[in-house]
Ligand binder design. Structure first.
Ligand SMILES: Cc1cc2nc3c(=O)[nH]c(=O)nc-3n(C[C@H](O)[C@H](O)[C@H](O)COP(=O)(O)O)c2cc1C
Length: 240
């Protein structure tokens, strides 16, 4: 099983510790590739819209995006982690996700995403763990992923893992082990089921693309949908 991890911070703090505990349970089964932000995607989207309107390969940051995208597309399980910064993901995580705006369903989603599974791990001191997870989930669900699990922590006690009382640590560790254990039981040779929400999104966008194509048959997103056969009978969640 292939796992790709996107770490929303380079800091080896509590979020890192949580993620390590989680991965520890999968290590015997998994081939793991990790990215650390901002190091592995250091630039912001400049809003040039070249990816949306022309070609994603012409993005000024393509060298970084391509590596991450290849790892995302070839993995069976995606893991995203972020501490909560002012109730949201880190700026580095948001900057990386912005670069994948062109992969949102209304544009050019990758068919591989429809069968994928993902886990989001967030950590906060008091508030914001859930809203930070939602920042990531919004992108993943609009990329077409249906099986998204959230593990959100609220470590009220301390910012230093070593100073957190043993009992609390044990409780968090159990939670991570349980989640990882459940994943171990999944047969990753079979893709995840595409849920109703992803299908509704797909059919809404399909209608939109049909209309856009009538106005401009050369429109980049329309041509992509047409070439994939999605405006006919092909569906990204069905193997051809
Ligand atoms: C810029 C910044 C903003 C933060 N905002 C929040 C917040 O909104 N809510 C919260 O509970 N903790 C907040 N925190 C605390 C971190 O989420 C918390 O310390 C977390 O454990 C850091 O994880 P790390 O050790 O992996 O870096 C913030 C920390 C920083 C540096």
């Amino acid at each position: 099983m292939k796992v790709t991890v996107i770490n929303g911070t380079e800091k080896k703090g509590i979020t890192y510790k949580m993620k390590e505990l989680f991965l520890e349970q999968l290590k015997d089964k998994a081939d793991i590739t990790e990215f650390y932000l901002p190091k592995d995607c250091p630039s912001f989207c400049s809003g040039c819209t070249t990816c949306f309107l022309k070609d994603e390969h012409k993005c000024k940051d393509r060298q970084y995006i391509e590596k991450i995208e290849n790892a995302l597309l070839t993995a069976d399980l995606l893991v995203f982690t972020s501490p909560s910064y002012v109730c949201h993901v880190t700026g580095a995580m948001k900057a990386m996700l912005d670069h994948f705006g062109y992969r949102w369903m209304p544009h050019r989603p990758a068919k591989e995403m429809f069968g994928k599974r993902a886990v989001i791990i967030t950590q906060c001191l008091g508030a914001g763990g859930r809203s930070s997870a939602k920042d990531i989930k919004d992108s993943l669900s609009w990329w077409g992923i249906s099986d998204i699990r959230i593990i959100s922590f609220k470590l009220l006690s301390d910012i230093d893992w070593n100073k957190i009382p043993g009992k609390r640590k044990a409780a968090f560790t159990r939670k991570l082990y349980n989640k990882a254990d459940r994943l171990k039981k999944i047969d990753f040779t079979k893709p995840a089921r595409t849920g109703l929400s992803a299908r509704i999104k797909f059919y809404m966008v399909r209608l939109m693309q049909t209309g856009l194509g009538k106005k401009d048959p050369e429109y980049t997103d329309y041509k992509y949908w047409k070439q994939n056969g999605w405006l006919d009978n092909v569906r990204p969640w069905k193997s051809s």
